[in-house]
Design a protein around this ligand. Sequence first.
Ligand code: TXA
Ligand code: MG
Length: 322
Amino acid sequence: MQERNETRVLPADKDGVASAAELLQNGQLVAFPTETVYGLGADARDGEAVARIFEAKARPSFNPLIVHVSSLDAALALVDLPDLLLVLAKTFWPGPLTLVAPAKPGTGLSELVSAGLPTVAIRLPQHPLAISLLEAFGGPVAAPSANPSGRISPTTAAHVLDGLDGRIAAVVDGGPCAVGLESTIVGVAGDRPVLMRPGGLPVSAIEAAVGVELQAAQKDLVEAPGQLLSHYAPSAALRLDANAPRSDEAFLGFGQADFPNCLNLSRSSDLTEAAANLFSHLRALDELVHAESLSGIAAASIPETGLGLAINDRLKRAAVPR
Ligand code: TXA
Ligand code: MG
């Protein structure tokens, strides 16, 4: 569990932004205003920092987060934007629009950011403080809305403190958010644009820009028990709560355990470290099972506390026979 420390309220000026950027560089969590809602930011390349987002929000599951950047070029360094989405980026960025596109390889983004999906949700916000912070920090920032899981999104610094005081390093106080609704999320399926979440940018404006209708909004495409979920899971069979692997299994370890074909989530039984490693280890073990013709992956049991809840949620889903 993250210990409770005082949350600093940083002013909306150069010093406040510099302090916020430094905290982000140190792997800490900083809430900041965007034109939509306040985001809870962490270095998107630092898996443990990203894991702390889920811990601070007390989210019982890992959902993919939006990556915030300060320029179109910064976005293009991280994702391959299909033409359709590039048009939208050029028309509406900076602004309340998030684009979901295939991740480029080797960008250093933590796999926890996209919860193991091959795509990344990316956005260039319009708020001057958000842009200053992203520029001062100099890298991509993962940021869901800055509220505890299950509560409504904050549109003032006071709302942020209401829910997260003592659980995050700082909040930059930029006053109320102008839009007050989360960004609209658009992806593509084949050559059609898909509305993944309605939000602050009207669908009609998006359709006018691309000249085609958005595919019908699907309620929570990502978390619905459907096709997308399968991207989260390894293709190898997964056996949970194992003390040790059988001779023909790979092993996902936690704590002191050493076996052949083993990757350890955290030797020191640190749940934050374990969360940061979860998706990349699952992926690597999946590849190992196929390369070595093993029968599957056995996973050590993970305590049901703090981030362990979200780790176990993900492991249970991955273990469902398909
Ligand atoms: O306005 C906003 O978008 C705010 C501010 C802070 O920027 N951020 C925000 O982030 O609402 P968040 O993390 O609450 O939204 C994440 C949602 C997920 O629940 C999912 O619907 C979608 O973004 N998402 C993220 N990555 C995705 C992906 N790879 N594929 C599909 N959907 C994705
Ligand atoms: Mg939210």
